[in-house]
Design a protein around this ligand. Structure first.
Ligand SMILES: [Zn+2]
Length: 381
């Protein structure tokens, strides 16, 4: 068998196949090759990745990459390579008025696979600091549905930032929230809800959600958290997770609190997905990238396999792309991440300036995107 690229000596960790072992990984074109039953194979290019972990390409389920249009946004390719990410879900940077621009200027041009959620606000996050739904004329549920129909495969769901200073309080907040729910139902997609200091409680939100809908920033601090006044995870949220509501980290500038994460995880409440909410304000700390965020969950006691599952296989399922992304099964797209695991003492800071010292840190050594190798250092070259 003739391969284009062969990675040898690495430890393949692929939760989609329950794999955790040293084995070769071959690529033909933009696809993972089937090396089982092959007595011999040769490759145009062979790289020894001994000591590295080979995972399905990391999927960041929450970031902002509408560069040059939305002030907070970052460059998809530069940050993806640095962070070992091959697929990014942009969480509502664009709305119905500017999603076509997002597709034209970002999705169609970058190497990274970029998908987008359509913000209920027609202008997306262009002027996010003013609160994109404080003027309720900006709420455009019909436009969201129309945008999702127009860009199938790229506009994959709906986003609302459900903080009182963004969607309004009282009835105005509820009206905006219910418009976002309706847009998700009418477009046959799903809703990602950013929880901030919400105009309603999380248990009040839950009856409006369906399996596949997602609560991001799930380990935030502040007044709206997953914990009740007895410091226990709301039973309604535990039931919702069992029912198929997705809980996502979305670390961000203000949305990850060590105490909340420690308390919830001690009670067995493990989120579905790890994501960064990477943007200009947290790229240089406390978030940095996906591997740093994943390392925080190793420190919280989750296994390497679980942390990789929450960053590859599970987000692929959320995106409805499990047959394609988040897996190293033969025949799937050759999106691969090479991770390096360092041991030592590392400071990990949450969004509230609290530090924990962890003993293990992951970094991205490189990625393969659609069969093409990109390395972060010359070490492997
Ligand atoms: Zn965000």
């Amino acid at each position: 068998m003739q391969l284009d690229l062969l990675l040898t000596g690495g430890t393949v960790v692929d939760p989609s196949q329950n794999l955790h072992e040293v084995r070769d990984l071959g690529i033909i074109g933009d696809t993972i090759a089937d090396l089982s039953n092959q007595e011999s194979y040769k490759a145009t290019k062979t790289i020894d990745v001994s000591g590295l972990i080979i995972t399905p390409g990391l999927i960041d389920l929450h970031a902002h990459v509408y560069k040059r249009h939305v002030p907070l946004s970052i460059d998809a390719d530069a940050t993806s390579l640095a962070g070992g990410v091959t697929t990014v879900l942009d969480a509502g940077s664009a709305g119905s008025y500017n999603f076509a621009g997002f597709k034209h200027d970002v999705i169609d041009r970058v190497e990274t696979e970029v998908l987008g959620l359509v913000n209920l606000s027609c202008i997306g996050l262009v002027a996010a600091h003013y609160g994109e739904l404080m003027d309720d004329r900006y709420a455009d549920p019909e436009g969201v549905v129309e945008t999702i129909r127009r860009f199938p495969g790229q506009a994959v769901g709906v986003k609302i930032r459900a903080s009182a200073h963004i969607i309004g309080s009282g009835q105005q907040g509820w009206d905006n929230f219910l418009k976002a729910v309706k847009a998700a139902r009418d477009s046959d997609t799903w809703l990602m809800i950013h929880i901030g200091e919400c105009p309603m409680t999380l248990p009040e939100m839950i009856p409006h959600l369906e399996p596949g809908d997602c609560i991001t920033h799930c380990f935030k601090g502040g007044s709206t958290t997953v914990l009740n006044e007895d410091n226990e995870v709301h039973p309604e949220l535990i039931a919702a997770k069992k029912k198929g509501i997705i809980f996502d980290i979305g670390h961000g500038f203000g949305s990850f609190k060590w105490e909340v994460a420690e308390t919830a995880i001690a009670q067995g409440f493990i989120p579905n997905c790890i994501s960064t909410d990477l943007h200009q304000m947290n790229l240089h700390g406390p978030v940095f990238d996906m591997p740093t965020t994943m390392s925080k969950f190793l420190h919280l006691g989750l296994s390497l396999d679980d942390v990789i599952d929450m960053s590859t296989t599970q987000p692929a399922q959320v995106l409805g792309r499990a047959g394609d992304l988040g897996s190293l099964k033969p025949g799937t797209v050759a999106d691969i991440t090479l991770l390096e695991q360092h041991t030592g003492q590392f400071n990990f800071t949450d969004s509230y300036d609290q530090i924990r010292i962890g003993g293990c840190k992951l970094t991205a050594a490189g990625i393969v995107r659609r069969g093409k190798l990109h390395l972060n250092s010359n070490r492997l070259a």
